[in-house]
Design a protein around this ligand. Structure first.
Ligand SMILES: [Zn+2]
Ligand SMILES: [Zn+2]
Length: 345
């Protein structure tokens, strides 16, 4: 089969690999239809993820068709169209039992990290029972790839962690795919103010189309003041960080209002200062999490019923043979006005 393989620093190549087979009764093998590229795939290429070694098939997101099922997997049939969750969960370890499947002792983020991933013609999915979701026929599989990771991450780590409420004020810093998913799922709670912040005007324009009430380009010298003015100087009830650099987390601390919440979604690679000297008496909370993908069934119901739209996040598709171009488009997303980039198998 054809597979997108991480072959060394900065390189991904389409290589011929053996088709995976069932190794445990809890496995499934899925024939991939569409697999999307994630920011964390780029971190692997940069060498930032020590568990991901050259030779690995990339990818933890995608939609496919069940090809083969282990004996212990119930509720699925060969030929079913399925969404693959970015989080693999056993359901029985101490973390799964506490609802923190992101830290599953034999799962978590394994696909395209510790074992071969979804960017191939076939993938073996461990703990398939809880790591696959039947994709309703009415949902476009091309748009559904965003529900593997971007939507549960934006919803759980952003919107739910920041406790977005009807009539509340929300600022989302970072208008990439996860930031946009955060925006779309924040709207479900009807906050009275959603402001989106980014450096890229094209992404801010998309954010306005997707329902942001205001947008602010953070490169403007008075960006912080503009953002505070939108709340009459009070600061925001929910501040959601979807970038992962010190400057944006600092901005979050400056924008949070009394009684507010900061939710960190961004992946941080360097030390960030926490300004307790200004925050200690403001009755705020700060939340940080890796996605458990426990809301995936809910998100699928919202998409199926037409309440939530995911297609506008998947802006580019490439054939498997053009994987290099797909990665380059995603890496230089601003130049191509790209959000999520998918590969078709
Ligand atoms: Zn991802
Ligand atoms: Zn577990």
């Amino acid at each position: 089969m054809k597979a997108l393989v991480y072959t060394g620093p900065g390189t991904v190549e389409v290589l011929e690999r053996p088709k995976p087979t069932i190794k445990a009764p809890t496995d499934a093998v899925v024939r991939m239809m569409h697999a999307s590229i994630c920011g964390t795939d780029l971190h692997i290429l940069k060498g930032d993820v020590p568990s991901a070694n050259p030779g690995l098939i990339l990818g933890h997101e995608g939609v496919g068709v069940v090809e083969e099922l282990g004996d212990a997997v119930q509720g699925f049939h060969v030929g079913d169209r399925v969404l693959i969750s970015c989080m693999t969960k056993c359901g029985s370890c101490k973390y799964c039992q506490r609802g923190i499947a992101a830290h599953c002792e034999t799962g978590g983020w394994v696909l395209g990290n510790r074992i071969d991933g979804t960017q191939a013609e076939y993938v073996r999915v461990p703990h398939a029972q809880l790591s696959l979701h039947t994709l309703p026929a009415s949902i476009d599989p091309r748009a559904a790839v965003a529900i593997s990771d971007a939507f549960p991450t934006g919803f759980e780590c952003g919107v739910l962690s920041a406790d977005v409420q009807p009539g509340s004020s929300v600022v989302i810093i970072g208008a990439g795919p996860v930031g946009m998913a955060t925006l779309l799922t924040a709207r479900l709670f009807t906050p009275s103010l959603i402001v989106m912040v980014d450096l890229d005007d094209a992404r801010l324009q998309t954010a306005r189309k997707l329902g942001a009430h205001h947008t602010v380009n953070s490169s403007a010298p008075d960006a912080k003041q503009k953002l505070l003015d939108l709340t009459n100087g009070d600061g925001y009830d929910s501040v959601i960080e979807v970038v992962g650099i010190p400057a944006t987390f600092k901005l979050c601390q400056e924008l949070v209002g009394v009684g507010g919440r900061i939710a960190n979604v961004g992946v941080h690679g360097t030390k960030v200062d926490l300004h307790l000297e200004t925050l200690w008496d403001r009755n705020i909370s700060i939340h940080m999490a890796l996605v458990n993908a426990s809301t995936t069934p809910r998100l699928l119901r919202l998409v199926e019923s037409g309440v939530l739209e995911t297609g506008s996040l998947v802006t580019h598709h490439f054939a498997c043979g053009k994987a290099g171009q797909a990665y380059e488009t995603f890496r230089t997303a601003a130049q191509h006005q790209a959000l999520k980039v998918a590969i078709d198998f």
